[in-house]
Design a protein around this ligand. Structure first.
Ligand SMILES: [Mg+2]
Length: 186
């Protein structure tokens, strides 16, 4: 039996790349500074980096799955150019519910993280979630991650909502988040 691996689950928009709202055109994919260094550090320490992203533009009919695939091809191309490869990309394309019954894959639901954990043989209890929204932190906590980090590279952070989550760490960007993770081994 394969030994399960540690992961860092990464939000996409506002965490890995500049958040432009609905990102439809692959040419609008622009990685944030220090992302390459951050992912290199994590991979060198044995973490699998897996993107978990809400992409409701597909479910809203603003883009197709094929379009989304092209955006992710461009992201992978830019990451490869700086020497890093993702362990996987998991996207929830379902829009927010109008009835209050959110799809379990849609963050803050843990569905994407749980599927990645099963498919990639990850150890959730040794894994982290990093994102720019409270819904990212909550998804990590709902999945049972070891720790969750909010980064300040996306939406302005609304600290009045922090009480909705159990305690988590805040970092300026993904590199600072990676350094925090490496400074806190099991
Ligand atoms: Mg985000």
């Amino acid at each position: 039996m394969t030994k399960s691996r540690r992961a860092v689950f990464l939000d996409r928009d506002g965490t890995l790349n500049v958040d432009r709202g609905y990102l439809i055109d692959p040419m609008d994919m622009q990685l944030l500074p220090s992302v390459g260094e951050a992912v290199q550090l994590l991979q060198a320490a044995g973490f699998v980096c897996v993107v978990v992203t809400n992409q409701s533009a597909v479910g809203r009919g603003m883009m197709t799955e094929a379009h989304l695939g092209r955006v992710h091809e461009e992201m992978n191309r830019q990451l490869a150019a700086i020497g890093v490869t993702l362990g996987g990309i998991y996207a929830c394309t379902t829009p927010p519910s109008t009835t209050g019954n959110e799809h379990p894959d849609r963050k803050p639901g843990p569905g994407l993280l749980l599927r990645a954990t099963a498919e990639l043989q990850l150890d959730l209890a040794e894994s982290w979630m990093v994102g720019d929204k409270l819904s990212d932190v909550l998804a990590g906590q709902n999945a049972g991650c070891r720790g969750c980090i909010l980064v300040r590279t996306g939406d302005p952070i609304d600290e009045t909502q922090f009480a909705r989550a159990r305690p988590f760490h805040v970092s300026d960007d993904l590199l600072a988040a990676a350094q925090h993770i490496l400074a806190h081994p099991i």
